[in-house]
Design a protein. Structure first.
Length: 135
């Protein structure tokens, strides 16, 4: 049901907004495995225009305050039908394009991980966080 899907997505949006507001008050660096960027990508055709405007306002605020460093994993890592995500390649590519659009519209710092090697990715993430000047 579309109404139920919108209610679930609105709840997810509220969760991320609240979690990120709490993280912004904490002087320590917060690392999360999801953000409003993904919520925007998945919500584009689900949320009402009013809710989507609120979501975009939250993203613009984060961009203005320079509080995001978005870590982008390579799409070469297979996640389709991994037991967690129920998606196919085409849907994943669509979401990835939406994420790219959200990132470019909001001028976030983006770290693009280039290696499929987990250790090399961790080194790149930690190096980025260690030398990021806005924390």
């Amino acid at each position: 049901d579309e109404c139920e899907l919108e209610m679930v997505q609105r709840s997810i949006m509220a969760h991320y907004i609240n979690a990120e507001h709490a993280a912004m008050k904490d002087p320590r660096t917060t690392i999360a495995d999801g953000s409003l960027v993904e919520v925007a990508a998945y919500s584009q055709f689900i949320l009402s225009p009013r809710d989507f405007q609120r979501l975009n306002a939250e993203l613009r605020y984060r961009s203005f305050k320079n509080i995001y460093t978005y870590i982008k994993f390579p799409t070469s890592i297979p996640i389709e039908y991994d037991g967690v995500r129920h998606t196919d390649y085409e849907h994943r590519e669509l979401i990835d394009k939406r994420i790219e659009r959200v990132l470019s519209k909001n001028d976030f710092d983006v770290v693009r991980l280039v290696s499929d090697n987990m250790v090399e990715r961790y080194v790149q993430i930690l190096t980025t966080l260690a030398f990021h000047d806005s924390y």
